[in-house]
Design a protein around this ligand. Structure first.
Ligand code: BGC
Length: 739
């Protein structure tokens, strides 16, 4: 398919070669004429040879993207950085995103929340690989993903794009996802660095350019202490950089401690490069993330996307002329991009060509389906599931969410190659078994309840809208935005539950939500945005071919008043405060490290469904906790047994409780530091094993600017979720006593 943007480039004569897939460069060229094409040099040597050959204007041309159309609303997303044919530099193509490629049709994977719910890093790698392959076969070189933001605000519009509320889980999933992407020869551009936790309230849903007005992503300033930033929001980026050699990062729209994230020397140079050793390039989020020219150059921001607003050639040339920046500064910025492209072979190969036929759509669909199978979480089951088709005569399917493609809005939206809806998959199975299916779209509650009351089992499908640029206005399923669309998901569930005691609710939602009706229903499945093959996965779970194994990557609060930001405007959406360079709202992160389940645990609050929770059709038991080694280097093992009568998978979880640093500098009661997913036959046992080290037992000491262990008693817990930890032991450190 011809990209709209490249078509424009082609019309303007900006390509050397134009084929159906757009501009195609042939690769670097002959090393005898272009010494930087000699692969026996290191990428840094090649970069300096190339920089020597470039005019200043050519260098400046590489500091900004060249394609505004790619990011435009409704147009398949991609950015470009035009190459320099005289030097053998191909155009570089950038694509979104975390659920699949946003270009034409693609395999629509379940949202990353589902990937995280699988607690299966190997699956995350397979998803990354499948997406990476499509990025490549659609002619792109870089993907703006994974999303490493840690969830703080459950109603935030992009929660579905994340791996949840725990930094360790986010890191482990993000790392493998990135490995998968890179195994296909694509550069992962992890986002959004840093402390990007909200879109803003009151705007036009799903339209990035019309942001939520209150606490808008372009306008808020995160007022955050260093410990919280390091332990929670930056830590996934640190893991990908240090362990995974991540080579590309997108800086975010917001401000952090009165500096724009894309103009922050602290974030982009001192922490990212000097401390973590990041050796790749930083690009900006699209359009409004960069706030100026000179500060951004000094801060370490290499590439403005999707076009230059502050990195225009004339603005940078003027800054050089005014001695505000030097040509060496420019060489550094451009050099970061070039040596990363050399490192990843982008300059040496011809551009990838766009060819959907080269995509193994069946194999990728299978990965999407497996993700939905492993990532759907069974939250309640009063003996309704699995449904035995031999024992029912009729099933009601209620809700048009059962028959649509449910996805999040914004830059991560994907148009599926193929779609099998839950209604299709369930109906096919039921009819083959001679069971009648009664469908109602759910828009008339009384009529829907009637259909439910005339069926043996009622399956209610509910979806809510989530999208970039706009936070949801409440934690319930029925918010202002649903009412505006004439929908009442909570009312529908209540009406059907009253009509039929065998009601199962299937939520196709992008975050945690309130479940006030949960005592009135028999079963509850959280399917997130389940992707193009969510239908067969959900049907497989309902009918028992698949034993559910997903675990929640975020807590489901009991009440909206229990969240860390409830009735607290300074925490969310932020208080009006005119800051430097355009920030307008201060958001105080003064809950500190008590984010997600850490908050509910610290406050001793009941939750509807805790972090890490998820039921199975079998039961697991934990025994025999053993710890070997000496603090901090420990190996912790336990025996996990399938005590039920079906084969099933369980994700054993290890949490640590660190000693408080001081009375007013406390530690969360529990923090996830290990997990292992295993599959066991009935009666089978296995040993699960976890390693702990100094870092997993440390906190960020602000005074000493480093990771340290506090003296005291260290608690180690193993169990099935954050509030069911069957095994625990206490280990004293540095002469402390454990009671
Ligand atoms: C989003 C990014 C995305 C970019 C390009 C922005 O609005 O915040 O996550 O990668 O658009 O589509």
């Amino acid at each position: 398919m011809l990209r709209f943007s490249t078509r424009i480039n082609a019309i303007l004569g900006l390509c050397t070669t134009v084929i159906l897939s757009g501009c195609v460069g042939d690769g670097c060229g002959d090393p005898t004429e272009r010494p930087w094409c000699d692969t026996s040099y290191t990428s840094k040597e090649r970069t300096s040879l190339l920089l020597n050959e470039m005019t200043l204007d050519e260098k400046l041309s590489l500091m900004q993207g060249d394609d505004i159309f790619g990011a435009a609303i409704g147009v398949p997303a991609n950015g470009t950085s035009k190459g320099i044919p005289r030097l053998g530099l191909n155009t570089v193509y950038f694509s979104d995103g975390p659920l699949g490629v946003r270009e034409g049709n693609a395999t629509a994977h379940p949202s990353p929340l589902a990937v995280a719910s699988s607690f299966n890093p190997e699956l995350a790698r397979q998803v990354g690989k499948a997406i990476g392959n499509e990025v490549k076969n659609k002619g792109n070189d870089v993907i703006h993903a994974p999303t490493l933001d840690v969830v703080r605000i459950y109603t935030s519009g992009r929660v579905f794009e994340t791996f949840g509320e725990d930094p360790y889980l986010v890191s482990q999933m993000g790392l493998q996802w990135m490995y998968g992407i890179e195994s296909e020869g694509i550069i992962a551009n992890a986002k959004h660095y840093g402390v990007y936790t909200q879109e803003g309230l009151i705007g036009i849903p799903n339209i990035p350019l019309f942001p939520g007005a209150l606490g808008a992503r372009f306008l808020y300033n995160a007022v955050i202490d260093e410990r919280t930033m390091r332990e929670v929001y930056l830590s996934p980026f640190e893991v990908l950089v240090k362990q995974g050699g991540l080579d590309s990062i997108m800086c975010s729209y917001n401000y952090v401690n009165y500096e724009s994230a894309c103009g922050s020397q602290r974030l982009l140079t001192e922490i990212l490069r000097d401390e973590w050793g990041f050796d790749g390039f930083v690009l900006t989020d699209y359009l409004f993330a960069q706030k100026d020219t000179v500060d951004a150059i000094h801060a370490g921001n290499d590439l403005e996307m999707p076009i230059g607003i502050h990195y225009t050639r004339s603005k940078i040339a003027k800054a050089i002329a005014n001695n505000e920046v030097t040509e060496q500064d420019i060489d550094q910025r451009v050099g970061n991009v070039l040596h990363t492209l050399f490192d990843h072979g982008v300059i040496d190969r011809p551009n990838y060509t766009s060819n959907d036929d080269a995509i193994d759509k069946e194999a990728h669909a299978l990965v999407a389906q497996q993700t939905a199978e492993q990532g759907t979480v069974l939250l309640k089951n009063d003996n309704l599931l699995p449904i035995d088709l031999g024992k029912v005569n009729s099933i009601a399917i209620i809700g048009d969410a059962s028959d649509s493609f449910i996805n999040g809005g914004g830059s991560s939206a994907v148009f599926p190659f193929r779609l099998i809806t839950p209604r299709e998959a369930i109906t096919e199975r039921a009819i083959a078994a001679g069971v009648t299916v009664n469908y109602h779209d759910g828009n008339d509650l009384t009529a829907a309840a009637d259909v439910a009351s005339n069926s043996d089992v009622a399956l209610v499908f509910v979806a809510t809208s989530s999208g970039e640029g706009q936070d949801r206005t409440c934690l319930s399923l029925t918010c202002f935005e649903e009412k505006l669309a004439g929908q009442d998901p909570d009312g529908l569930i209540n009406a059907v539950a009253q009509a039929n005691s065998n009601t199962a609710v299937i939520l196709e939602t992008g975050s945690a939500s309130l479940t006030p009706w949960r005592d009135d229903i028999a079963a509850l499945l959280q399917a997130w945005f389940p992707g193009q093959f969510g239908g067969p996965a959900i049907a497989g779970i309902l009918f028992g071919d698949i034993n559910p194994s997903g675990k929640l990557p975020l807590s489901f609060p009991e009440s909206a008043n229990d969240t860390l930001y409830a009735n607290n405007f300074s925490r969310y959406p932020g208080m009006l405060h005119r800051g430097p360079k355009g920030s307008l709202f201060n958001v105080e992160y003064d809950e500190g490290v008590m984010v997600g389940y850490r908050w509910f645990d610290d406050q001793n609050k009941a939750v509807a469904y805790p972090f890490g929770f998820g039921l199975s059709y079998t039961n697991f038991s934990y025994s025999n906790l053993q710890v070997s080694g000496t603090l901090p280097n420990l190996t912790v093992t336990a025996t996990l047994t399938n005590a039920g009568d079906r084969t099933g998978s369980e994700s054993a979880q290890l949490y640590v409780g660190l000693p408080d640093i001081s009375l007013d500098n406390r530690q969360p009661p529990r923090q996830l530091k290990g997990f292992e997913r295993v599959t066991l036959n009935p009666g089978e046992s296995t040993k699960v094993e976890f390693s702990l080290d100094a870092r997993s037992l440390s906190y960020w000491n602000e005074a000493n600017e480093g990771w340290e262990m506090a003296n005291g008693c260290y608690q180690v817990y193993i169990g099935s979720h954050s509030r069911d930890l069957a095994l625990n032991t206490a280990l004293p450190f540095e002469g402390a006593q454990c009671e």
